[in-house]
Design a protein around this ligand. Sequence first.
Ligand SMILES: [Zn+2]
Length: 366
Amino acid sequence: MVGSFLNVLVARLPYEKSVLWPGSRCFSCFRPIRPLDNLPIVGYLRLRGRCRFCKAEFSARYLWVEVGTGLAFLGLFLWDVVFNVHGLPGARYEPVGGNTAPSAVGLAVFGYHAVLVSCLIAAAVIDAGHRIIPPAIPFTGALVGIVGGALMPWPWPHPAAEAVAPTAAAVAAGFTPAAPWSLSECWGRIPVGVQPWPFWGPLPAWLPAGSWKLGLVNGFLGALAGSLVVRWIKWLFETGFGREALGLGDADLLFLAGAFLGWQPAVLSLFAGAFAALLVFKLPAGVVGLFRGREFERELPFGPGLAVGVVATWLAWPWVGPRVQFVFLDLRMLAVVVGLVSVGMLAAGLLLRRKDDAPTPEPATR
Ligand SMILES: [Zn+2]
């Protein structure tokens, strides 16, 4: 049913139409779709993707957005409720031969994450078709992300006392909780809560672990960082490349991700997303383009790759986070990496700039 609603967003938001009125109708003969024909997946399959009256063919997108959303929600339910990877409080949910009532907390966290996944799916599908991401999707989602962050601040569901737990040997050697969290004593010891990480460590006294203020600041900084990192890379690359390469819709997409996940996963998502876009979406087109020589001029949507990058970073964070801790919580290290990436992006842009650049029509801006 959520997938069905996402289809409505995908079909209407790019044209700035109301998503609430009128009800679903055939795009060809404008007759309202009967309630039974409007059932997710079943309705589409029963009529073989055609209008009951005029037999106009509906896009296969309606079917696969519904199937894909259903599968994504199933995976998320397994992650948050059945396997309970966050260690949420409440009785263990055992759908087969055990406790068959999932805890309210588990369902709430599942619902919170389902908002993120739904926004990512809608944004990715719209970007794939229209090369735009309607701001209503990321900004509505980010609001949910920030409010949820304030309600479930890091390190929840871990107790605040577990904020960072250095080894016993480190404590014996005089290690204090106020020491930088990038030190090796702290590696891998930041608990991953529903909000994966705090924005910095050690935390300032006025933003204690587990406080709603920390959750709120975390969400805001995450959103800000997600948006800024895309604008920064976009500026660097385009300065070198001399033409538009990334859209600001991508900045909005990471604004959304940062509101839910904090700034570290949001920033890493951009690079994971670029990798996913190259591997899954651009490599096949790139190989063809290599032989034809003009591939890079076609602006390919980055949104789907970015959405995959966000989900991959988010799910892998319990394993990835500890390995990047020394970069993300050490100002000097961070400055070095920022400098290297900046030079790298500028250089990549310059290298890809064509020498025989004839003026070509600008691709549609976002
Ligand atoms: Zn029709």
